[in-house]
Design a protein around this ligand. Structure first.
Ligand SMILES: NCc1[nH]cc(CCC(=O)O)c1CC(=O)O
Length: 310
């Protein structure tokens, strides 16, 4: 009997490979006789490292080339960090599964300083994300934020070379790559509200590919799904397509979702916040409601100004 084969399109960064191998191992242990192969793709987003992402087409860059591989049959699924998945998928694709979430928080990493608040006046913090930058500046207007791109190893290398006093990364990436020891502390959501979908891995496939969806379905985590649906509904309503200083973070308390959201000026001058609760089945409506509350507070003006600039 011939073995059934499923191919995973993945970016070639160590974190992307970790995520793809995680899905590969789970699928192979769940389905006897299934062989899962990795198809490594070097995306433009990984190749162009000297330009802020927002300027070269945003995070969609990481996803598009994996979709091309699925469309032309080189691969059957793509494994993504949910944080990098655009709010609208192109026609012909769906994202049926989100796996159990890793730590969603941002991590403060420094070889010298204990915390953001312990940094000396005028210290230099590295981050490529406008969301992190805005919250750093809101907490510490005196700090200098400098752009930092590249995969996790590259970013840590720049910190170690002395280019920054501290950097901020997703805790999930560091934990998955066995680099827990680099984390000085996990930043509480009050200090750095995480990005929509941060720490969660999603699996995309060709729309209506019933056999693939059947194979994937045991990997789905319902709690993570409900949280990320609420967060993404907020982002979609704000049309936070390209890289923008938007944060959205939902927690489950029993069967109730508690979600906090934020839109900020990139210099941290204004930080608009909204929060609310809803039954877990009504996460999408909660996300939209919080987005509209933020728009009512002036988020539309902040986002418009930003889109004109980038
Ligand atoms: N934007 C790149 C990216 N996409 C996902 C992660 C981390 C892992 C995750 O959020 O699941 C990272 C690195 C980072 O933000 O430090």
């Amino acid at each position: 009997m011939s073995r059934e084969i499923l191919r995973i399109a993945t970016r070639s960064s160590p974190l992307a490979i970790w995520q793809a191998e995680y899905v590969q191992q789970r699928l192979e242990s769940l389905h006897e006789g299934l062989s899962v192969e990795l198809v490594r793709i070097k995306t433009q987003g990984d190749k162009i490292l000297d330009t802020p992402l927002a300027k070269i087409g945003g995070k969609g860059l990481f996803v598009k080339e994996l979709e091309e591989a699925m469309m032309d049959g080189r691969a059957d699924i793509a494994v993504h960090s949910m944080k990098d998945v655009p709010m609208e998928l192109p026609p012909g694709f769906e994202l049926p599964v989100i796996c159990e979430r890793e730590d969603p928080r941002d991590a403060f990493v420094s070889n010298t300083y204990e915390s953001l608040m312990a940094l000396p006046e005028g210290a230099c913090v590295g981050t490529s994300s406008l969301r992190r930058q805005a919250q750093v500046k809101a907490n510490r207007p005196d700090l200098v934020v400098k752009s930092l791109r590249g995969n996790v190893q590259t970013r840590l290398g720049k910190l170690d070379a002395g280019e920054f006093d501290a950097i901020i990364l997703a805790a999930a990436g560091l934990k998955r790559l066995q680099m827990h020891d680099r984390i000085r502390y996990e930043m509480p959501p009050e200090e750095s509200l995480p990005a929509v979908g941060q720490g969660a891995v999603g699996i995309e496939c060709r729309e209506g590919d019933a056999r693939t969806i059947e194979l994937l379905s045991p990997l789905s985590d319902k709690d993570t799904w409900d949280r990320v649906v609420a967060e993404r509904a907020m982002n979609r309503r704000l049309e936070g397509g390209c890289q923008v200083p938007i944060a959205g973070f939902a927690l489950l308390e029993g069967d109730e979702l508690w979600m906090r959201a934020l839109v900020a000026e990139e210099n941290g001058g204004r930080v608009l916040r909204a929060e609310g609760r809803a039954p877990r089945a009504e996460g999408a409506a909660l996300g939209v409601k919080l987005a509209e509350e933020l728009l009512g507070k002036g988020a539309d003006v902040i986002l418009q100004a930003l889109y004109q600039k980038h």
